[in-house]
Design a protein around this ligand. Sequence first.
Ligand SMILES: N[C@@H](CCC[C@H](N)C(=O)O)C(=O)O
Length: 289
Amino acid sequence: MSTRIAFLKGHGTENDFVIVPDPENVIDLSPAAVAALCDRRAGIGGDGLLHVVRSAAHPEARDMAAEAEWFMDYRNGDGSVSEMCGNGVRVFARYLQRVGHVAEGDIAVATRGGVKTVHVAKDGDVTVGMGKARLPEGDVTVSVGERSWPARNVNMGNPHAVAFVDDLALAGDLYSPPPFSPPAAYPEGVNVEFVVDRGPGHVAMRVHERGAGETRSCGTGACAVAVAAARRDGADPAVTGTHATYTVDVPGGTLVITERPDGQIEMTGPAVIVAEGEIDAEWLENAIR
Ligand SMILES: N[C@@H](CCC[C@H](N)C(=O)O)C(=O)O
């Protein structure tokens, strides 16, 4: 009988992830293996993969081990690496709490974007402290077909271009990454959010995620949208001295984002584990040949 690799499947506002627990970092998760696992027809299926590793066992996280026992080694569905995943880190914390690796309450999770604190209870929504946004200077444009829009460059650990549009349908089918300019704005590629207003402090978005395509949600994207909307609305907390809260509707649900006057951002939303099982290691080996 061939070796089995444990996995779980989870999602946050329908941004879905294959979860691979590997505390001692012994599983060879090459980009091809990640892409095979995330394949929705021939594999398990997911927008991305959460590789669950002890920080002390991962070269990229050893420095954070004193602060955070667990490292979210995040991979996009195409196998590429990303610095951060806002929905992923909430699902990651849900997993740790569910299997008893951590108690309910505030959990520190190491990510490539630094240590994040996630508040997780037995049931209900999960809140993550996302840290501060960076707003690189310079004009950015994104396009779909013949149409272009100015976009706000917002970095949430990973890169985002946020474009306010009149209608979310204008983003088209989003089968391919929306072109952007200037190329130097995003040397590593970008996640692109298209946003419409729904009311005061309330917006809706669609997203094309780098390394995954159009997804039903993006947590870092929703934070980038809230930050861009607050600047556009004259509600920058650093200027007003008060919190700015935005409800962000995504195709897969709703996220609530609050930015404080000190720039710290919190995101709240659901995080659900839906299944667990075993991967046939022989299938995986064949799939990546
Ligand atoms: N879905 C994520 C973001 C995942 C990474 C992104 N595709 C990138 O390449 O930066 C989220 O919830 O933040």
